[in-house]
Design a protein around this ligand. Structure first.
Ligand code: FHN
Length: 442
C-alpha cells in the first residue's frame, strides 16, 4: 500500500540510516559499557535494614526512604576507591568500544561540576569532577564516550511531570532553560563526547515540548559535528516519542531495546539499534544484595553475538558501589567476556547481519570491513554437525576455528547450498567462532 504520511514539523528529519563516518563508527562498535553511578550507590537498594524491591537507582521514589534522607546523601559521597583509569582499563579488556556514563540520573545529582545547580559533585566531600576523569581515562583507552542525561530531574524546583496550571507552565520554562544550559555546558566541558544518551523523557510535560526539544537537538548537533542522539530524546508535535506519528524513527537509532532483544531482522525495521542490558533482571545502580537470576558470561556473549548478527550494538551495564568500586561479580564478567573477545572479536567488531537462513547453533555475522563470514556457535547439537544453508550461488569452501585455526573442521556438502560442518571436539565451555570461506559461483 502506498505510504500515507502526515506533515510533521517535529517528526523525523531524515528517513533511513545516517551514512556519515561518526554513525558508521557507532554502528561498528559491537560492544559497549553502561555505567550507572550516583548517590543512590550509597544506600545500594536498602534503607534502615529494609530492602527496596525496585531498581536501586529509584530508591528515592520509595515510601520506605524519607526524601530528605536521600537528598542529603551527597554529603557523604566520598568514593575513596574510585579510580577512573582502573574502570577504563577493565572496560578496555572487556572489549568495549564505547561507554555511556550517567552524568545525571532522575534524582538530579550531577557527577560533573555544573554551575547551574548546587546539587553536584563539587558540594560533596569528594569535590572533584568525576565525568572529566572518566572522559579522560576512557579516551586514553580509545573508548568513545557518550553522556547519559535524564530529562526527569527530581531536584530542580521548576521540574514538573505534568503541566496542569499556568504556574506549572511558568515553572517549567525555568526548567527548560536549565536543561538547555546543562546540556550545552556538558558538550563545552567534554568536547570529545560522541553522543548524548537521553532518558526520562516519558513525562507528559516533556512530551509537549516538541518545538523546544527540536531546536535544542539542532543546537547540540551543531556544537559537536557527528553527534549521535538516539530516539529517546524529542517528541513530535503529537507527543509521540521514539517513532513519530508516521512511524519513522526520531533520532539516529532505536533505543527501545532495554533489557530485551529482537529475535529477527524484521523486528528492527532497517534501523540502527542498541540493546542495553543489566546483569540481574532489573538493577542499574548498585544494589548491595543481588537476587534472582544473575546472567553468566556465556549468556552475555550470546547476547552480544545476537545483537551484532541483527545489526545492533550490545551494551552491558555496571553499577559501581558508593566507594567507586566495581563489584566482584561484574569484574569477573568483564574478565570472562574480555578473554572471549580477545580471541573472537573479529566476529563482533564491524559485524553485521547476513541474510542466510538462521540455524539453531547460533548466529552468523559478516564483517562490514572484510566481508568475512563468521559462525558464532552457542549451542552444539548432539550430532556434532552444524548445518549451514547459504543463499543461491554461494559455495562454502572451508571452515576454520578462530581459537585454533589448525584444528581442522570438515565441510560436507549435503545438498544444493547446504552443508554440514563437522566438529572434531565436543569440549566447548564457551561459545566459539568459525570463519567460513566462501566462493561466488557464476
Ligand atoms: O528509569 C531508568 C532506569 O533507572 C535506567 O536508567 C534505565 C536505563 O536504560 N532507563 C530508565 C528506564 O527506562
Amino acid at each position: 500500500a502506498p505510504r500515507v504520511s502526515i506533515n510533521l514539523k517535529h517528526g523525523a528529519h531524515q528517513l533511513g540510516k545516517r551514512t556519515d563516518q561518526s554513525m558508521e563508527t557507532w554502528r561498528n562498535y559491537g560492544l559497549g559499557q553502561f555505567i550507572h553511578w550516583g548517590v543512590y550507590a550509597i544506600p545500594g537498594g536498602q534503607w534502615n535494614n529494609k530492602k527496596y524491591r525496585g531498581a536501586a537507582e529509584w530508591i528515592r521514589s520509595w515510601d520506605g526512604m524519607p526524601k530528605d534522607a536521600y537528598d542529603n546523601l551527597y554529603k557523604q559521597f566520598n568514593p575513596k576507591g574510585f579510580n577512573a583509569k582502573a574502570w577504563a582499563k577493565q572496560a578496555k579488556h572487556m572489549g568495549a568500544k564505547y561507554v555511556i556514563l550517567t552524568t545525571k540520573h532522575h534524582d538530579g545529582f550531577c557527577l560533573w561540576p555544573s554551575k547551574f545547580t548546587d546539587y553536584t559533585i563539587i558540594n560533596t566531600p569528594y569535590k572533584k569532577d568525576i565525568i572529566g576523569q572518566l572522559v579522560d581515562a576512557y579516551n586514553e583507552q580509545n573508548i568513545d564516550v557518550y553522556l547519559y542525561f535524564s530529562i526527569i530531574d527530581w531536584n530542580h524546583p521548576g521540574y514538573r511531570s505534568v503541566l496542569k496550571t499556568e504556574e506549572d507552565r511558568k515553572a517549567y520554562e525555568t526548567f527548560k532553560v536549565f536543561t538547555e544550559n546543562q546540556l550545552t555546558e556538558l558538550l563545552n566541558a567534554y568536547p570529545t563526547t560522541k553522543g548524548l544518551w537521553f532518558d526520562g523523557t516519558w513525562d507528559s510535560a516533556w512530551k509537549e515540548q516538541a518545538a523546544f526539544a527540536d531546536s535544542l537537538d539542532s543546537k547540540l548537533r551543531k556544537m559537536i559535528p557527528g553527534l549521535v542522539i538516539g530516539a529517546r530524546f524529542r517528541p513530535d508535535e503529537y507527543g509521540k516519542r521514539g517513532f513519530d506519528s508516521n512511524g519513522d524513527i526520531i533520532g539516529d537509532y532505536e533505543q527501545g531495546w532495554e533489557r530485551k532483544m529482537p529475535n529477527h531482522i524484521d523486528d528492527v525495521h532497517g534501523n540502527d539499534w542498541e540493546c542495553v542490558m543489566t546483569v540481574p533482571e532489573n538493577q542499574w545502580g548498585y544494589q548491595s544484595n543481588w537476587e534472582g537470576h544473575i546472567k553468566t558470561s556465556n549468556e552475555l556473549i550470546e547476547m552480544i553475538a545476537k545483537a551484532v548478527s541483527l545489526d545492533g550494538n550490545f551494551v552491558l551495564n555496571f553499577g559501581p558501589d558508593g566507594q567507586g568500586v566495581i563489584r566482584s561479580e561484574e569484574t569477573q564478567l568483564a574478565k570472562e567476556i574480555g578473554d572471549w573477545m580477545e580471541v573472537n572479536n573479529e566476529a563482533i567488531y564491524n559485524g553485521s547481519y547476513l541474510n542466510w537462513e538462521k540455524q539453531d547453533w547460533g548466529y552468523y555475522t559478516k564483517s562490514r570491513k572484510t566481508n568475512k563470514i563468521y559462525m558464532i556457535v552457542c549451542n552444539v547439537p548432539v550430532s556434532g554437525m552444524l548445518r549451514v544453508k547459504t543463499t543461491d550461488k554461494i559455495d562454502v569452501i572451508k571452515a576454520s576455528l578462530i581459537q585454533e585455526p589448525t584444528q581442522g573442521v570438515d565441510v560436507e556438502i549435503i545438498g544444493k547450498n547446504e552443508y554440514f560442518i563437522h566438529l572434531k571436539s565436543f569440549d566447548f565451555k564457551k561459545p566459539f567462532v568459525l570463519e567460513l570461506e566462501t566462493k561466488l559461483i557464476q
